[in-house]
Design a protein around this ligand. Structure first.
Ligand SMILES: C[S@@+](CC[C@H](N)C(=O)[O-])C[C@H]1O[C@@H](n2cnc3c(N)ncnc32)[C@H](O)[C@@H]1O
Length: 239
């Protein structure tokens, strides 16, 4: 029994941002996982561990097979599901993935030992903000940020140093079940730190000429950012 997610799961993760029938259609009609990825997916669902949903799995397959990024950074490993999915679909990639939760680290270590057959994945254990500065600058072609939502804006300046010009950053769960489009007065008090963090992220990125941004209404929303210049000016507005 996994304890981390039984009590404190974020309810926004289960509020679809597009028509539920379309979500069901995407989840049932796109090619399903097989083998160990299916087993890991089933385990995560059973234990309430938040992993990327199936439509995002299919999108990542496509991205990985098309881009074949040489160096990938992931923030938020959980049990290693998305890291192993990326490794499976991009056999030449080297993946560094960061996780701080001891229970998740135990499961990730086990799963990587069993299923990372090409030894593509390095598990970096600890708090992302402490580990990021030690990673090489201008190194990564692809970054997947899937950790604490309020902290994306805190990690982003450091992440941008680590990404090559032309590299792609994918940030997960940015619509918070639609809350981001509402006024703060309508947001539950317990969700306001995430709301504020995401608004700062949008202010700094969506209309920034140093980046090319796209919002995709998939899962709970993906923000895609291309790094266009060496020194990205985030011009963060106070919120
Ligand atoms: C949504 S889960 C990751 C799921 C995984 N990407 C997948 O789809 O298979 C988010 C993970 O990020 C980790 N996390 C959150 N904030 C973090 C931080 N500041 N540093 C390191 N890990 C963090 C959590 O412990 C959690 O396991």
């Amino acid at each position: 029994m996994v304890e981390t997610y039984s009590q404190n799961a974020n309810r926004n993760m289960r509020r679809p941002i597009v028509n539920e029938e379309i979500v069901d259609f995407m989840r049932t009609s796109l090619a399903q996982n097989t083998g160990f990825l299916k087993d890991l997916e089933d385990f995560a669902r059973q234990e309430n561990i938040p992993i990327i949903p199936h439509e995002t799995v299919a999108y990542f397959r496509l991205l990985m097979q098309t881009l074949q990024p040489k160096h990938i950074l992931e923030i938020g490993t959980a049990i290693g599901y998305s890291a192993l999915l990326m490794a499976e679909n991009s056999p030449q990639s080297r993946i560094s993935t960061i996780e701080r939760n001891p229970e998740m680290l135990g499961l990730a270590r086990e799963n990587l030992a069993k299923f990372d057959s090409r030894k593509q994945i390095s598990l970096l254990e600890g708090e992302a903000m402490e580990l990021l500065p030690d990673l090489p600058d201008d190194h990564f072609d692809f970054v997947f940020m899937d950790s604490a939502k309020s902290k994306y804006i805190v990690f982003l300046p450091e992440v941008l140093k680590k990404v090559k010009v032309g590299g792609l950053i994918v940030i997960d769960d940015i619509f918070q079940g639609g809350d981001v489009a509402k006024d703060i007065s309508e947001i539950h008090r317990g969700q306001r730190a995430i709301y504020r963090g995401l608004q700062k992220l949008f202010d700094a990125t969506l209309d920034n000429p140093d980046l090319t941004a796209s919002l995709i209404s998939m899962s709970d929303g993906l923000l895609l950012l291309r790094k266009n210049v060496d020194q990205v000016d985030l011009e963060m507005t106070e919120f």
